[in-house]
Write a protein of this length. Structure first.
Length: 218
């Protein structure tokens, strides 16, 4: 068996990397190419190019290829809700390579185009979350929650962040068990007058939430 050291790509000239993207588009008979398509058919990985040039949209611009999708009309709130969903399902901060289907509705490139980098997108998301101060008052929160069952992505994230993305009954988390699904539960059930406020909400896994049913925990 022969052992061969893999060649580092960091010293490759820009034109070699960009030419490979154009080559993939030509072989696929497409006017453009997504990050996923390039990683599958290209000589290098898409992240090699995004690290070099800043974003996939910049790569396509330098290759004189049109954007492979248009993220311009997606509201920031929808992009942030997608981050919240991804973070919640993972039980931790999402990593760049995880921002893709089926885990994420949008690609990392969509966030890079809007915010410059994936890290900047996460920072904007956290700033948006922290800007929504939740008050523990009946029928009222500053995030606009009035319906006792209405829990928007900001409030849901704050509750799960407070509970360390763990079930408050069994302590399980998606970060340690990928089969775990977390829910937001009303401690005092809606049927008994419980409201969607910070102090009346808790994180439970689907199994514990089903077992709790409409019982008062406290």
């Amino acid at each position: 068996m022969e052992f061969i050291l893999a060649e580092l790509h960091r010293n490759l000239p820009d034109e070699v990397l960009l030419a490979d993207v154009v080559s993939v588009a030509n072989r696929m008979s497409k006017t453009s190419v997504t990050m996923e398509e390039y990683s599958k058919h290209g000589t290098y990985h898409a992240t090699t190019l995004t690290r070099r040039f800043g974003s996939w949209y910049k790569v396509l611009e330098l290759c004189k290829l049109p954007p492979c999708r248009s993220p311009l009309n997606i509201p920031n709130e929808e992009l942030f809700a997608n981050i919240e969903n991804l973070w919640r399902n993972l039980g931790r901060q999402p990593k760049y390579h995880e921002v893709k289907k089926p885990f994420s509705k949008y690609s990392a490139g969509t966030y890079e185009h809007r915010f410059g980098t994936w890290y900047n997108a996460l920072r904007a998301f956290i700033n948006d979350i922290n800007g929504q101060i939740v008050e523990s008052k009946k029928n009222n929160t500053k995030s606009g929650t009035i319906n006792p069952r209405a829990i928007n992505y900001r409030l849901r994230f704050l509750i799960m962040q407070r509970d360390n993305f763990r079930c408050r009954i069994c302590g399980d988390s998606p970060a340690s068990n990928s089969g775990i699904t977390l829910h937001i539960d009303h401690i005092v059930p809606c049927a008994k007058g419980g409201q969607a406020t910070f102090d009346n909400l808790q994180t439970l896994c689907s199994k514990c939430n089903l077992g709790k049913s409409d019982l008062d925990m406290y």
